[in-house]
Each structure stands twice: as C-alpha cells, then as structure tokens.
Design a protein around this ligand. Structure first.
Ligand SMILES: [Zn+2]
Length: 113
C-alpha cells in the first residue's frame, strides 16, 4: 500500500521546476534582483525596478527602468501578488523571455502585519 508522504510544507507543490520541491529543480545562480511585481500570470510574474545609469559626458546619472520576467513556482503563487516586493534569482533559460525564478517575498501586501 502506497501512502502519500506529506511534505513538510502544507502546500502541495506540483511544479517540477520548483527550486525547492521540483524533481527538475532550477538551480539558482548568478545575479539576483529585487523589484516590484507589476504583472502576475499563471506561473510567472513580471517585476520592475529602477537603476541608475551613469552618463560620463554630463557627470550625472539617469534613471532607467528595467522589467524582468521570472518564473513563479506553484507553492509561492499564493504569497505573491501585484505590488509586492520580491527577490528573483538568475537561473538557466526556461523560455524565450524567462531566465529568472522567484526566490523570496520581501514585502507582501497580502500578508498580515
Ligand atoms: Zn514548490
């Protein structure tokens, strides 16, 4: 008789690419970024953050905005909503536009407190 082993997490995660539970886990390596979630779709999010670009000619900085698409693992889907501040980590390319995965939620709106 096979009994389903309960995972330590209460949420069951069926995401094979999940960096924590998946059997094809994504290895997080490379750069990490923090940004605000501006779009949330099934399994992926878009984050945006400002960066400063130096303009040597004028010895000043210019504000540039960067958008990055990142994969959202199933088990984190409930914790992330539009407007949240999250951290993403670089991983291997998953699709044409996605080569980042959500690593943690820094400031969530939905959470109490
Ligand atoms: Zn998971």
């Amino acid at each position: 008789m096979e009994e389903k082993k309960k995972m330590e997490n209460s949420i069951e995660c069926k995401d094979r690419f999940c960096p924590v539970h998946g059997d094809k886990k994504l290895k997080m390596r490379g750069r990490t970024f923090q940004g605000k979630v501006i779009k949330k779709l099934a399994g992926r999010v878009t984050i945006q953050f400002d960066r400063m670009l130096k303009l040597p000619k004028y010895e000043r900085y210019e504000k540039r905005r960067t958008k990055i698409h990142a994969r959202l693992p199933d088990c984190m889907s409930g914790d992330v909503s539009v407007g949240d501040l999250i951290e993403i980590a670089e991983t291997r390319p998953i699709s044409k536009m996605i080569h980042f995965v959500v690593s943690k939620v820094i400031k969530g709106k939905g959470k109490k407190g």
